[in-house]
Design a protein around this ligand. Sequence first.
Ligand code: FAD
Length: 383
Amino acid sequence: MNFQLDEDQIAFRDLAREFLEKEAVPHRAEWDRKESIDTAILPKMGNLGFFGMGIPEEYGGIEGDQITYCIGMEELGRADSSLRGVVSVSNGLVARSILLHGTEEQKHQWLPGLTAGTQIGCFGLTEPGTGSDAGALTTRARRDGDDFVIDGAKVFITNGTWADVCLLFARTGGPGPKGITAFLVPTDSPGFVATTIHGKLGLRGQATSELSLSGVRVPASAVLGEEGRGFSIAMSSLDKGRISVAAGCVGIVQACLEASVAYAGEREQFGRPLATFQLVQDMIAEMSVDADAARMLTWRAADLVEHHLPYGTAASKAKYFASEAAVRAGNHAIQVFGGYGYIDEYPVQKFLRDARVMTLYEGTSQIQKLLIGRAETGVSAFI
Ligand code: FAD
């Protein structure tokens, strides 16, 4: 594993940071307050390659190795986790699943728009009754001639109300994971209704939605991969998605650290800058170590993907550690800022609110520990 970034990686990081400092950082507080990013930024991000990471040029992507992907996600997390979530889902979970499992027709139909950021994807797995136990989902797709007709409901779907295509998981067979099939469902299909969920603690700039599917008809050509392979497609997407979440969390820790160092250098109490107090340095040191440790675990998992080696457990470790570290860093940063950290004139309260969900989605911290525990002991403690 190479600990030094190469010239291309550094150039991408610098370009991403410059763009986000100009186009996202000045607006993130306002987006947070009004519960929506300005979606006009998305095609601009497409031009820069954010939505094309890991996708071949013939489909409009910019290719790029896994570490470059982590760098992009870290910069997005450092700037605004809502934006990071939009990219992670549309590029990481949807476009990459199409690339990996799709037919040529599906790739040509969806990838150019998704990589340009002119079209957005959402990932419809979670249901009101099935979250961690996603293999028990009940949305049903029944065969009707050459079509499938889908009925059911999804909840907490990132990008749901903005999306053009939903990678939707529905039951075509019997109970359990083997009865699940993945579909690419255009969101303008009759019977597909997305409603925004308001009042979230964090990630307020991104749309999180409920989906209602009532008699949604799609042709058999909308099946992604083979019938009955949907759950394994979902799980392999989420394994990689966890690396993306982890990288975004590294960005949150880094942002907390940078904001705290700057504030502690300026703010004086007892006639001295806060940075001179040992107990303040203790919190800064904690954030600094967490940033490095989380980044190393994340790059380690990315490096395994890059080398086509098993990476699932490494991704769980990175996601677990980095998401908990982001919550710790958000708390520390608020403490360093004192009362000012508690109001939205400063960004640190947003970092904490955004970080909190990272320990919940794409597998909670408990689920990551069960995956790591299963890998270590050979015993599944899920049930
Ligand atoms: P539950 O599964 O009900 O879990 C509740 C608690 O029980 C947790 O602490 C959990 O760790 C614990 N628990 C559950 N099972 C076990 C067990 N076996 N052992 C020990 N503890 C256990 N889903 C999508 O499909 N697509 C998306 O784009 C998406 N985006 C999201 C965005 C946001 C902002 C949020 C909040 C959620 C999103 N989700 C999405 C859903 C997310 O993945 C689920 O919320 C998550 O998987 C947890 O499921 P649940 O909320 O039903 O909690």
